[in-house]
Design a protein around this ligand. Sequence first.
Ligand code: FES
Ligand code: MG
Length: 578
Amino acid sequence: MSEKKALSELRSQRWYAPNSIRAFAHRQRTQQMGMRREEFMNKPVIGIINTWSDLSPCHSHLRERAEAVKRAVWAAGGYPVELPALSVGEVLVKPTTMLYRNFLAMETEELLRSHPIDGAVLLGGCDKSTPAMLMGAISMDIPMLFCPAGPMSNGKWRGTTTGAGTHTKKYWDELRLGNITQHDWIDLEGAMTRSIGTCNTMGTASTMTSIADAIGFMLPGASSIPAADSRHPQMASACGTRIVEMVWEDLKPSKWLTREHFLNGVAVYMAIGGSTNAAIHLIAMARRAGVELTLDDMADMATKVPVLANLFPSGDKLMEDFFFGGGLLAQMKKIEQFLHTDCAGVSGKPLKELLANAECYDDETIRGLDNPVVPLEKGATLAVLRGNLAPRGAVMKSSAANPKFRKHVGPALVFDTHQELSDRIDDPNLDVTEDTVVILRNAGPVGAPGMPEWGNLPIPKKLLEKGVRDMVRMTDARMSGTHYGSCILHVTPEAAVGGPLALVRTGDLIELDIAAGKLNMIVDDEELERRRAEFKPVHHQYARSFAALYQQHVTQADEGCDFDFLQSPVAVREPDIF
Ligand code: FES
Ligand code: MG
């Protein structure tokens, strides 16, 4: 444990301690809320940043969890204050929560900066909320830890295990084919997401919370605890106890967070068969910490650590099974040789000590290197592709792709907008075969904007009817972590900023070689130059709102899609108090 911080060094003391007219107002107004002087004076102030909202279904229990955090903060001698922050519920926010990730990061940083707060507990978990809040809190650099919303309970429908996201897509295809009825579809709607919490598959939510846990941002193993389990509010309470200790220890990110911690996150990312979204968020979070982390670091780890967690969409179990099987620490123990076990996170305990006590109770769900869910030669959590189509990279979850497409050449079928794709994809006269490479462009960070999860492009109905369930698809957008298929994503640079994806034409041959990491269009350089000279952006440029700011400042996927003015670690300037 580091040396105990003195009371006078707490930043909240700048607001509350002085004998000044301003500090008088701060004390007076806190008492206006019914607090007695002795309840808040001379105590660490703990900010509980809460992303609860009535339109954020995965976070519906977070107000109660905030209460659990508070009672422990009080008991530990702190003063808890809850602050609401932008809600980025994955499903109801349009066009995409990614458009708001950087704004939630900014809001987290600004809430902490502008208020008298000494330490923070971040309440989130639905997809973008985890990287967003962590990015902001890393930049702010005060003691902080993340309290994850936790996965929802396992799903079952008519005797079949159903996973949030993954099975929606599956049954939608069945409905389009007439294999289930409209009545079945409506019944499924009410049955599938049956409890509080984040998606119960290894979608982006559990990917990001597991990675954050592995890096050290949580009480160890917290990411695996199901939201509805009584151990979940117990964990929230433990966060309250720990954050007060962390304030006295002055355990802020810059004191513990290193490249090795991020590499632990990358190893876990591969082992859990995590969402392609993590490739963007990890880079964004690392840059906030001044850590150099690239797509190549991830591609390198992907050749060593196969998919081991047997969870949808790569496997056939759900997060509750993972928790009962021993959870994240049990999984980490099985890849211990790839981890930097001297690393300690917010618990202050080195990983090797944590793993020494970890046990696995279900080797079928939490697999070892000798029994992967997908062997490396059949595909990995992440493949990074480069070539004349994606000079700065594209990614693919090759473990979720049909092995027959690992090496593929096929003609492009290009759609410039999602509307055009929706209008034409089920046209019986569409010129398309199983070998076609379906392309959607202008759906990247600037183009959409916000790089929505449109990348699991629909299979044309006429092919679905012939039994086709997968084909090569390509886009500058992202894909939901709960989905699967041979989808090439995050093509960088994106079409809207003049990336080569903008130059492809229907009929051009596209060449994919996953093992070689190659993605090319077979078009000669002169022809490409000619097309480049004719390039005109077709995307909509926003004139107002967050979207306008976003389009002006967002970086490309290989840089984490952060804002250009936020990505480097520049010390936060403390506010003047006069
Ligand atoms: Fe919130 Fe999946 S929609 S975690
Ligand atoms: Mg998702």
